[in-house]
Design a binder for this molecule. Sequence first.
Ligand SMILES: [Ca+2]
Ligand SMILES: [Ca+2]
Ligand SMILES: [Ca+2]
Length: 562
Amino acid sequence: MLKKLLSKCLCLLLLFALAACGSGSSSTNNPEPSASVQTSSVDPETSSVHSADPVYALAPTAQNASGNRQGVYYEIFVRAFADSDGDGIGDLNGLIQKLDYLNDGNPETTTDLGITGIWLMPINKAASYHGYDVTDYYAINPEYGTMEDFERLIEEAHKRGISVIMDLVLNHTSSSHPWFISARDPASPYRDWYLWADENSDEYNVKATIWGHNAWHKVNDSYYLGLFWSEMPDLNYNNPEVRQEAKNIAAFWLDKGVDGFRLDAVPHLFDSVEVRPGESGLEKTLEWWTKFTAFCHEKKPGCLIVGEVLNESTSIRASYLPALDSTFHIGLGPQIANVVKGGASNNNYISTFIANNYAQYAKANPDYIDAPMLSNHDQNRIITAVGGDHEKMKVAASIYLTLEGIPFIYYGEEIGMVGGKPDEDIRLPFVWGGDDPLQTRWRESKYNAIVKSVAEQEGDPNSLLTHYKRLIRVRTKNHALYAGKFSPIESENPSIVAYNMKSDRQSAIILHNLAQTEQSISSLDLTGYTLEFCQKKDGFVQDGNQVVMPPLSTVIFVRDLN
Ligand SMILES: [Ca+2]
Ligand SMILES: [Ca+2]
Ligand SMILES: [Ca+2]
């Protein structure tokens, strides 16, 4: 949502990032062969370009993760992604044309990122550029295209094995939604679709404030609730008509073929300022989402319901897990960035932190699905938090892409896009480069000079983009990674983070060297394990249980069970 919740003052860091950003891929001249270079026009059946060893370089591997509850998701701001008609604004047809960048549906090729799902930020007709103030829940934003375009997007995505979940903004509408325009009249049949009170109300305190502003806004002699903004009036979920309408909206899009929803502003359906004396906002909110999730599951078994609970408190996020399939792992990204930036002596801290989070989730909902991420469209882009350093960014990515659940990559993260508040600058045009005709121009970026485009990174075996491609492939290939459970491994070397991911079929041991120097570890039992992923071949040595790791690098060992 549109709040400045997680951002600290990052001005200094940003300056640092600006200075450091270009220093990332100093080894672009490394002669190591890359399979990513010219695969697009080559027949994968007969090609020899795939001679690269997938342990050490980008190469085709099986993509075993399947369905909408496994694999790796990619969050897309349609306006910023790809523009098909030259008006500068990203649109659905542009996205369709770029689906092959995300996943071309052919596991033999390495030109694509390899993600298995996308989260579309709001695509409904809306009042603001970001779309979080809907004016018609049953229509596509005309700047983005038509309903036919959307149907084609779903079809083309599914063809490639990409699930599609869409943002659903149910807490509030736009003040220019016809329901609210009508509701301003006390005699309107839509009046009770919103919350109204007057100054003498016993039920509500119209002077209540939230995040430093008034929650209630005056029209004539009445006040209506608009938690986030006067132009985003809250819907009244006490009203059974509203609850039914929310389900109708969900059913409409599930019928269109979406694979689930990303629910906006989950805790605020019955915020504490909108419940009556004696009522529990949390209880009412949980009751509502439990029913909503059950409705969606009944309508489309297995669909994925991920909720935005924008709170760093694990217990608060966990409290919503019984009602949903998943909540985003808010706060994880900054923790990972901190240990990566710190470099050493934080090794067991991060794995213990993660284990404690999972324990709280499991207590709330034994079937929880975590949704880890480094940052999203409401937070400063994560690369700034690691000083703009691509090598550190790779380690941060390696950590969250080898944890439980379904990781969400925020578009542009894989190329190291930079951006800090205001929100518009966190949602800048994706940088395709190479005079790409689909480049969007919805907002001018002051960072483009320091961001290496897709075109520049594609063929570089050491680029951040290539690193993301490799890791995503390792994740979607290995059962322990895409379906496993996490447990920390105590590491005797303070620079090495170690943990185990284990499913009923496979066990994986993951090691990250956070230091800028070579580090070794010998306390692991690697009996029966084989090397599955080694980020940097040069400097890596394994001799039995003794492992020497190059600076800022990741290795993954796997062992089949049974
Ligand atoms: Ca366009
Ligand atoms: Ca492919
Ligand atoms: Ca509300």
